[in-house]
Ligand binder design. Structure first.
Ligand SMILES: Cc1cc2nc3c(=O)[nH]c(=O)nc-3n(C[C@H](O)[C@H](O)[C@H](O)COP(=O)(O)OP(=O)(O)OC[C@H]3O[C@@H](n4cnc5c(N)ncnc54)[C@H](O)[C@@H]3O)c2cc1C
Length: 408
């Protein structure tokens, strides 16, 4: 099988870019990651990775380290504001499945990925290299990069934009303001907190609280007892106003109605949230993956989960080209399939996850009100159905090797 010695540049050394770098370099493909920041991003963002993402972490050989640092959450449930349990899904029904949901804060995941990438001889990471523009012709693609030593042009056979929500690659390809979709009117405040009251009140590892005003999610996110509390606020508040409201929100929302001296707040980060999908995830020799290509609200953990599945599929496509088993047209299949997975699954499921939390908890279990919670009620009585539900999100996966034109 003739090899085409292609070189890949990945723009962005966030979790998606690092994982793509590992998957490619482990096959012997030469890959350079360039990132405008000085090092890993430590903001409190993703914590939970669904089964199709954990599958890719296994393929990259990093899952063992991720699970050793993190843990497997037990149950996800929905509650009223007063803590009354409504229904839930038990992760233990698939306890023998190696791909079941994993939990680890994103900053820790990034360090594990960077450590694994550093072991690969065909991979390199260049920090403080910010992409400012791009171009391509029949033979190659290039990016204009601002570095501490001055401006340079870097060339490759393919360039992948894993450069996050404000992707320069996406903006250069499709236009600065062209990222179709919507921004939610509500904003989300993501906090990390130590509060023993969750355990004292019998909270599960993941709890979605349904209430028109004080809707929120409370999830255990570390083995040492840190929790993520993410809650909705109206769109108009400034950062300072949100900060001032936080003690009132916790007193209204959390079990036991705690005052600030009863918990330790470790992080406070407001976010605007979006549902958006790029017009194309392939333009010639440029590809987009993860947040650079699509965004969703964080409820249900589909953002990076979907991004990781992109990256796994893209690595198969690029490996197919590199190993002579596929032509460049496989990248069009990547574009079509990954965009459809966003439109058909990630966007509607994540949107419903957020909207469900804003409803009236007293009536939400009435017949015909919420199809998903009705299925959860059924799963609580039917283990086989519960297993099917727990793995339903695996529909995000797609085997691109079926499009290899000649197989090794
Ligand atoms: C509160 C919150 C909770 C979340 N929870 C979950 C969850 O539980 N599960 C889940 O799956 N998802 C979750 N998400 C989503 C998840 O965090 C993102 O999908 C994920 O971080 C995106 O990773 P990425 O690698 O695509 O982009 P990023 O992590 O944004 O990385 C992009 C990288 O590109 C670099 N870069 C940017 N511009 C340039 C440039 N011009 N040149 C060079 N480099 C550049 C940046 O420095 C950065 O390192 C959550 C998000 C939020 C906000």
């Amino acid at each position: 099988m003739a090899q085409t010695p292609i070189k890949i540049i990945v723009v962005g050394a966030g979790p998606a870019g690092l994982l793509l770098g590992i998957l490619l370099s482990k096959q012997g493909i030469s890959v350079t990651l360039i990132d405008g920041a000085d090092g890993l991003d430590n903001r409190p963002r993703a914590t939970h990775y669904g089964p199709p993402a954990v599958h890719e972490l296994h393929r990259a050989g990093v899952a063992e380290d991720v699970l050793a640092a993190g843990f497997t959450p037990n149950k996800m449930c929905w509650r009223k504001l007063d803590g009354t349990y409504l229904t839930g899904l038990d992760n233990d029904v698939i306890k023998n499945n190696p791909d079941r949901v994993a939990c680890l804060p994103l900053d820790q995941l990034g360090h594990i990925l960077a450590k694994h990438l550093a072991r690969q001889p065909t991979a390199e990471v260049k920090w403080a290299h910010k992409v400012t523009g791009l171009g391509q012709d029949d033979g190659k693609a290039w990016v204009a990069v601002s570095t501490p030593a001055g401006d340079v042009r870097m060339e490759a056979d393919y360039i992948v934009g894993c450069d996050g929500a404000n992707s320069q690659i996406r903006r250069s390809l499709h236009g600065d303001l062209n990222f179709p979709g919507k921004t939610w009117e509500q904003q989300i405040v993501a906090t990390n907190v130590y509060y023993p009251g969750f355990d004292a009140h019998g909270y599960e590892d993941a709890n979605f609280i349904i209430h028109p005003e004080h809707w929120h999610m409370a999830s255990r996110i570390t083995k040492d007892g840190m929790w993520r509390v993410s809650y909705g606020e109206k769109g108009g508040f400034t950062h300072d106003e949100l900060r001032a409201r936080q003690p009132m929100k916790f007193a209204k929302m959390l079990p036991g109605n705690p005052q600030p001296e009863e918990y330790k707040l470790a992080n406070f980060s407001p976010y605007r949230v979006h549902q958006r999908l790029a017009e194309k995830m392939r333009v010639g020799r440029f590809l987009l993956a993860a947040d650079a290509a699509h965004l969703c609200n964080p409820f249900g953990g589909l953002g990076l989960t979907g991004g990781i599945v992109d990256v796994g599929g893209l690595s198969d496509c690029l490996y197919g080209i590199w190993s002579g088993q596929a032509g460049p047209e496989i990248l069009d299949v990547y574009d079509t399939v990954r965009r459809a997975k966003y439109t058909d699954m990630i966007d509607p499921i994540s949107s419903e996850n957020l909207e469900r939390m804003t409803h009236d908890a007293d009536t939400i279990l009435e017949p015909g009100r919420d199809a998903f919670l009705t299925l959860c009620l059924r799963a609580e009585k039917d283990v086989e159905f519960a297993k099917t539900m727990a793995l339903g999100i695996n529909e995000l996966q797609y085997d691109f090797t079926q499009h290899y034109t000649s197989k090794k």
